[in-house]
Design a protein around this ligand. Structure first.
Ligand code: 1HN
Length: 364
């Protein structure tokens, strides 16, 4: 009798708690305090063979205009319940501009990076500095810097966009403004690539992923692939590691390129396999060159140039390539480091492969 009375009273308590918008922790402790991170985002790969034909159709059918602002196809991780994010903390996308198109100038509190995939003729003007974009270049558009993209050439251009938008949105810190003009884009300056002329002599690369922290962004807005490749070659000459990791850094402070985002290139050496590692924090990888495969939490992902893949927090990841491969890697590492949340675990044996990722059907 007491039992039933107690049960009835307990049911009433839960009903009254719910009605009062109160939630008892003891019923949800295990889902909140997981032993290790349990990201909702899943390991996923978006093949270039799927994305590029769709981007070309969008070039044909959808003009770039004020309001829509950009022709951008976001990587929408199927684990995130319809949020247009590659992983919980990072926006990733393919952006394209057709010949002689312009994407209008605007600025916003989320910071962004561009990693150029292919084409030629586009420059991004960042607070008045026109930065020419060529394949393999990294271009920064930091928080609240005006930016527009101008295709002054006759070819299509494709690049990867990475933003800290999900983090800024989670902090309820999103601000956005259209460029007040005159005109929809910033005036083209007589001289391009000014930040490069001033800052490109400094040290722009750091080995590994241990850049300093800074609340400021790098004053250098463009990191050239020719310089990145030369630095990778130098590193390769003095290291026997299967994976060479180079982080792009602020040439003045040695910090990550943006306060919220770290950018790196990982070169997987021909015929080598990297050690499996787990890291707290999310990552998006963009294949710049080479073919290979990555094992992410036991699943094999085969990749080639232009493919993009998501590595959610604490997923075990290792890369292998028959030929030399260069991967551009975007992470939220500076935020985790700033908050003392950085963690890494190197596994001592290669993962058992339990399946192979099959992407959605390709365009024909
Ligand atoms: C943005 O401003 C750009 O300027 C690209 O190219 C992608 C994704 C979300 C919000 C703003 C750009 C974006 C974006």
């Amino acid at each position: 009798m007491t039992g039933t009375g107690h049960a009835t009273e307990l049911d009433a308590l839960y009903a009254d708690l719910a009605a009062a918008e109160l939630r008892p922790l003891w019923t949800i402790t295990e889902q909140l305090l997981t032993p290790t991170p349990r990201p909702r985002a899943v390991p996923w790969l978006w093949p270039a063979a799927t994305m590029k034909p769709l981007a070309r159709r969008a070039i044909r059918l959808v003009p770039v205009e004020r309001g829509g602002e950009r022709r951008v196809l976001s990587l929408q991780n199927p684990g995130l319940g319809g949020a247009p994010y590659a992983v919980g903390t990072l926006w990733g996308a393919i952006q394209c501009l057709g010949p002689h198109e312009t994407a209008p100038a605007h600025r916003h509190s989320p910071g962004a990076i561009r990693f150029v995939l292919d084409g030629e003729g586009v420059w991004t003007t960042v607070d008045g500095d026109a930065c020419d974009m060529r394949p393999g270049d990294l271009v920064l558009t930091p928080s609240m810097n005006w930016h527009d993209h101008v295709n002054g050439g006759d070819s299509e251009m494709f690049w990867f966009d990475g933003l800290d938008l999900p983090m800024v949105a989670a902090l309820d810190g999103v601000f956005f403004e259209e460029y007040p003009g005159p005109g929809e884009s910033q005036p083209e300056p007589a001289e391009h690539n000014v930040s490069e002329r001033v800052h490109a002599a400094g040290t722009r690369y750091a080995v590994g992923t241990t850049a300093a922290l800074s609340p400021r962004h790098s004053p250098l807005m463009v990191y050239r692939w020719t310089d990145t490749a030369a630095e990778l070659d130098r590193l390769a000459a003095s290291s026997d590691e299967p994976l060479l990791a180079l982080e792009y850094v602020d040439p003045v402070t040695g910090a990550s390129v943006l306060p919220t985002l770290a950018c790196a290139v990982h070169r997987v050496r021909a015929g080598r396999r990297s050690a499996p590692v787990r890291r707290a924090g999310n990552a998006v990888h963009v294949v710049f060159s080479g073919h290979g495969s990555s094992v992410i939490d036991g699943q094999r992902f085969d990749w080639g140039p232009g493919d993009m893949f998501a590595v959610p927090s604490w997923a075990a990841v290792e890369h292998a390539a028959a030929e030399q491969a260069d991967l551009f890697v975007l992470t939220d590492a500076p935020v985790l480091r700033a908050l003392g949340l950085e963690r890494e675990q190197v596994l001592d044996a290669p993962q058992a492969v339990t399946g192979t990722f099959v992407p959605h059907p390709r365009e024909r």
